[in-house]
Design a protein around this ligand. Structure first.
Ligand code: NAD
Length: 475
């Protein structure tokens, strides 16, 4: 069997083995290993380590910090093949997508490391004898919670943001896909990161968040995951007056205008929708297509969707792997049955493939009524919901009709349409004529129930800082 790493805790620069739950391979439901679970004493050790690590790291020269962070990224680049195998084993995504995720994680780490050198303050012009200097200082130890769908790049965003701004961090990564975080942390350890600056724990997510968030030593919470859990953690953070970065769910609309080629746009949509088997917070989901190209678009979409090669992600010829866990299979089956019962047409897929491994095909549903569950609940899986619209205005209205506002997409050749969409769509990220919702250098995050705060770009790093105005009377 391809190798899967040992999943230990990492506290104060040392690895620690403990008992815990099994990690399952979603392609065949075999057990890959066991995740070490942190005890209360381990969390106390991590808090003490993060406090000590912050005292040291904030006083480390930014250039030295960047050197260590960049070294970690270069070690990850060297280890990409081995890391990708572990990721495919635990999460299911095709091996090429696993490699791309890891390399994208490196891009993020590298961009943040160098941007950390430019966390400038400013001097405000003031009366003679008075100087107002605005400083941007690292906020302090961070408690970070990362999800199972991007086992490496999601923790990488949080670790890179914290470390590049001079903060220390306790990362609670996913117990279901823990190897990405272990390998990320190992690279920082091998790059010479001082003990205590970065700590990794696993265990019972609710117990860990409820213990860490109220601690006075923790100064910032960052969470990526579902809206209900995000609201719960944000409430806890609010009770203890902690700022938070909440990167929550989405239900991305895709507005397809009648000035584009339906077949080409459908082909791009299959690639966008099948990425990570649709288990992506920015996955394109609700397609609103102008009437004159609706039929050719939806037929081409379904035809190409049914041609996707689906199977174990370790086989490089497969284009879509299994879903990451059985909860997603249950959700897909329930949503498809509900949509069918309300009158939707199933144009491709619709049923689980086999009964070993969590395989579900890319399913294209057409003419889906607004009251079908999938139209208002995030599918977080390979479901594409396609409906006709008369005008771009109508499409924008439908796009904005849900409480989500993370990513949105549009396809048009018209500058006028693009302008209307940029003005009118309620989302943190709008991509026109492509399906990439974020890059290392761009701010990524939501509006409405999709959360607040940003990851990536200058705005992302600034979330890890506090502003202090120093008002100095010099005369
Ligand atoms: P879930 O709501 O049970 O968990 C979502 C994530 O939060 C998981 O990583 C889980 O470990 C963590 N979590 C749960 N309770 C927690 C707590 N009290 N404290 C700290 N962390 C906690 O759902 P799930 O079945 O794991 O995932 C399905 C849903 O989660 C999807 O519908 C999707 O909306 C959402 N999700 C979103 C993202 C994202 O990128 N925004 C990633 C993964 C999952």
């Amino acid at each position: 069997m391809a190798s899967y790493p040992q999943i230990d805790l990492y506290i104060d620069g040392r690895w620690k083995r403990a008992d815990g739950q099994p990690v399952i391979n979603p392609a065949d439901e075999s057990v890959l290993g066991t995740v070490s679970a942190a005890t209360r004493a381990d969390l106390d050790d991590a808090l003490a380590a993060a406090e000590k690590g912050f005292a040291l790291w904030r006083k480390t020269a930014p250039a030295k910090r960047a050197q260590i962070i960049l070294k970690a990224a270069s070690l990850i680049r060297e280890r990409v093949d081995e890391m990708a195998v572990a990721m495919t084993l635990e999460q299911g995504k095709p091996i090429e997508q696993a490699k791309l995720e890891i390399l994208r994680g490196c891009d993020i780490i590298e961009w943040d490391a160098t941007e950390g050198l430019r966390l400038y303050g400013r001097v405000i012009p003031s009366e003679p004898g008075m100087r107002h200097t605005v400083l941007r200082q690292p906020i302090g130890p961070v408690a970070a919670f990362s999800p199972w769908n991007f086992p490496m790049s999601s923790p990488a965003r949080k670790v890179a943001g914290a470390l590049s701004s001079g903060c220390s961090i306790i990362l609670k990564a996913s117990e279901e896909t823990p190897a990405g975080a272990v390998q990320l942390v190992r690279a920082f350890h091998d790059a010479g990161l001082p003990a205590g600056v970065l700590n990794l724990v696993f265990g019972n997510p609710a117990e860990i968040s409820e213990y860490l968030i109220p601690q006075s030593r923790i100064r910032l919470i960052t969470f990526t995951g579902s809206i209900p859990v995000g609201k719960h953690l944000a409430e806890m953070a609010g009770r203890h007056m902690k700022p938070a970065i909440m990167e929550l769910g989405g239900h991305a609309p895709v507005i397809v205008c009648d000035d584009v080629d339906p077949a080409t746009t459908a082909a791009t949509s299959v690639t966008g929708k099948s990425r990570n088997a649709g288990q992506v917070c920015v996955a394109p989901t609700r397609f609103f297509v102008q009437e004159s190209i609706y039929e050719p678009f939806v037929n081409s979409f379904a035809e190409r969707a049914s041609q996707l090669r689906i199977g174990d992600g370790l086989d490089p010829s497969n284009q879509m792997g299994p879903l990451a866990n059985s909860r997603r299979i249950d959700a897909m089956e329930t949503m498809v049955a509900d949509a069918k019962s309300k009158g939707a047409r199933v144009l491709s897929g619709g049923h689980r493939i086999g009964n070993r491994g969590y395989f579900f095909p890319l399913t294209v549903l057409a003419d889906v009524p607004d009251d079908a569950r999938a139209m208002y609940e995030e599918p977080f899986g390979p479901l594409a919901l396609v409906n006709p619209v008369k005008t771009v205005d109508e499409a924008i209205e439908k796009a904005n009709s849900l409480p989500y506002g993370l990513a949105a997409y549009a396809f048009t050749r018209s500058a006028r349409n693009a302008d209307m969409l940029a003005d009118g769509v309620e989302a943190g990220n709008l991509s026109i004529n492509h399906f990439v919702a974020s890059a290392a250098e761009t701010p990524f995050g939501g509006v409405k129930d999709s959360g607040y705060g940003r990851e990536g770009g200058t705005e992302g790093l600034q979330c890890y800082t506090v502003v202090k105005n120093v008002s100095h009377k010099t005369a």
